[in-house]
Ligand binder design. Structure first.
Ligand SMILES: CC(C)(COP(=O)(O)OP(=O)(O)OC[C@H]1O[C@@H](n2cnc3c(N)ncnc32)[C@H](O)[C@@H]1OP(=O)(O)O)[C@@H](O)C(=O)NCCC(=O)NCCS
Length: 417
């Protein structure tokens, strides 16, 4: 009823004041003036101005979103990935399904540009789930008193990264981990210097024998109230990467050694390291104890959401587990007709063949959000069946190969946008 007069198009210079106004009303918590926001739209190293899309109604700007051209590592390859951010609808235009329309347009643009995957940080999961994005991560938040960490002697090989050579070694260390994991993003130099390193301290672990940077930590301080505890701070880890055991020990030992200044270390763990095994008391700062919970060690969050935009491409470029058999996928996707309908897939111990015409005796029905969660390794097929999110039919057929072919390693993404 509202949409006949909507135009969604790329942003241009003349839109900047209105974009800043809409952004200011949508993200008041970001400490930027209107002028700062304009400068940010113009100079963001991750996105040129025309990577932003605006929505006009009767010639008036009412909404915007950003579509980042990310490259995501999966199976050691780079997959073009559309990162959606800055979704903002002007206060006078809300609850008219404009954000909904923006996301439909985003999927259309990504499809036209051959971008098979999309990721975003949701304001509300239900909104994006209906549009086909599923949960793709699990993040644990630890608030660790530094004295709970062992003072590993490997910390003696941890040094501040100061020179550009040292920072380049840190970037190379990220790259080594990123190619080995599913989900991490390719970063270029401006992203490192204007986002990742900006206003942060960087320390790295260098192996004596190899001379290589084998791990690093990037963090900032959050000082306590100056009038009561002027020397104390919390330490907020924004990124910690390690290639091996000694590097991890070095970094944790370094954090432990900050004991006299630091109240607690805040760490968002995307790798799901069983930190409780290591802490000398598995309780977070301010955490509670109870009979059933034991000690409150961490909080669990759901992290990013991800969406498959081009199912066929993803199926032919994926690495599937061992297993042989044929299944007809019936995937519901209201925004992307190319994903919806029936598709028969034949798995042959890692190899895949697609067939649009033949129907297999086994069928697997689900929606694209659930299939995306499975593909990112955040949901096993078995759990999805228990939860009623996937239905498998085919009397008398052995469906056990599906559990192995659709078994993907967990994904990790350390970027925020
Ligand atoms: C979040 C935000 C983008 C939503 O924009 P919006 O245009 O109001 O959103 P929509 O109207 O498309 O949808 C919102 C909900 O209202 C419902 N709705 C919209 N119009 C409706 C109508 N006429 N009748 C009934 N329901 C309606 C939609 O179905 C949707 O519900 P759902 O989540 O259950 O699907 C907007 O409030 C905003 O800019 N917020 C601040 C910034 C922010 O949080 N951005 C998102 C970052 S990821």
């Amino acid at each position: 009823m509202f949409h006949e007069d909507l135009v969604i198009r790329r942003a241009r210079d003349g839109d900047l004041p209105e974009m800043a106004r809409i952004h200011f009303a949508a993200y008041p918590g970001i400490p930027l003036t209107l002028e700062d926001r304009i400068a940010h739209f113009r100079d963001d190293p991750r996105l040129p101005l025309e990577g932003n899309w605006v929505c006009e109604r009767n010639g008036q700007l009412v909404a915007l979103f950003a579509l980042y051209d990310f490259q995501m590592y999966r199976f050691g390859l780079r997959f073009p990935t559309g990162g959606i951010g800055r979704v903002a609808v002007a206060p006078e235009a809300r609850r008219e399904r404009i954000a909904n329309r923006l996301m439909a347009k985003a999927v259309e643009i990504m499809d036209q540009n051959g971008v098979p995957l999309s990721i975003l940080h949701p304001f509300r999961h239900g909104f994006y789930r209906k549009l086909g994005w599923g949960l793709v991560e699990q993040v644990r938040f630890y608030r660790i008193p530094p004295q709970a960490l062992p003072l590993f002697q490997e910390r003696s090989a941890v040094r501040p990264a100061i020179t550009s050579g040292e920072l380049e070694d840190v970037m190379a260390c990220y790259h080594k981990v990123a190619v080995a994991y599913n989900g991490m993003l390719v970063r270029d130099e401006p992203v490192w210097f204007e986002h990742v390193f900006k206003n942060r301290l960087v320390y790295y672990y260098r192996g004596d024998d190899t001379g290589d940077v084998e791990g690093y930590i990037i963090y900032r301080y959050n000082p306590h109230a100056a009038d009561t505890e002027f020397l104390a701070s919390d330490l907020i880890v924004s990124e910690m990467i390690w290639l091996n055991e000694r590097a991890l020990k070095g970094l944790l030992g370094f954090l432990s050694s900050q004991h006299d200044q630091i109240g607690s270390v805040d760490y968002y763990d995307h790798f799901n390291l069983p930190m409780e095994q290591l802490l000398n008391e598995p309780i977070m700062s301010g955490g509670h104890r109870s009979m059933i919970l034991g000690a409150e060690t961490a909080w669990i969050g759901s992290g990013l959401m991800g969406r498959i935009v081009q199912l066929r491409k993803v199926l032919t470029q994926g690495k599937f587990g061992e297993g042989r058999g044929k299944v007809t996928l019936k995937v519901k996707d209201e925004l992307q007709p190319g994903n919806a309908g029936q598709l028969t897939v034949e798995f042959d111990d890692g190899g895949v063949e697609l067939n649009d015409r033949r129907v297999a005796e086994l069928t697997m029905s689900t929606d694209i959000a659930t299939f995306s969660s499975i593909y990112w390794g955040a949901l096993s097929l078995r759990d999805a069946r228990y939860l009623g999110m996937v239905e498998i039919e085919g009397k008398g057929r052995d469906a056990s190969f599906l559990d192995t072919v659709f078994s993907f390693p967990k994904s990790v993404c350390l970027d925020y946008f």
